[in-house]
Design a protein. Structure first.
Length: 98
């Protein structure tokens, strides 16, 4: 049985892909290809989040693990924020205040 209900995953994806496109791209650039031009979060589970990004090389899929296995909805936000912060450090960008 999946850790998160389909409705939870759909809600997180809708939020990330409508309100946080820049964060998706930042994560793709930090953990996938620094030259990524767009990114969409496509799924998540207890182990990590998955994005599809586009770059000069075409379309690629990227799965980034969470810092730990998660099981509760509030942990999703915590882990995505942690990825965002890690992406900022990796790319030398000052993160916004959460």
């Amino acid at each position: 049985m999946p850790t998160f209900a389909a409705e939870t995953i759909e809600a997180v994806l809708a939020h990330m892909n409508s309100d946080h496109n820049d964060d998706n791209l930042l994560i793709a650039r930090a953990f996938g290809d620094v030259d990524a031009t767009s990114a969409t979060m496509t799924t998540l589970d207890e182990s990590g989040g998955t994005w599809v990004y586009h770059s000069v090389g075409g379309e690629s899929e990227l799965t980034v693990p969470w810092s730990t296995t998660i099981a509760e909805r509030p942990e999703i936000r915590r882990e995505i924020v942690a990825l965002y912060d890690a992406a900022c450090v990796k790319l030398g960008i000052t993160p916004r205040v959460h």
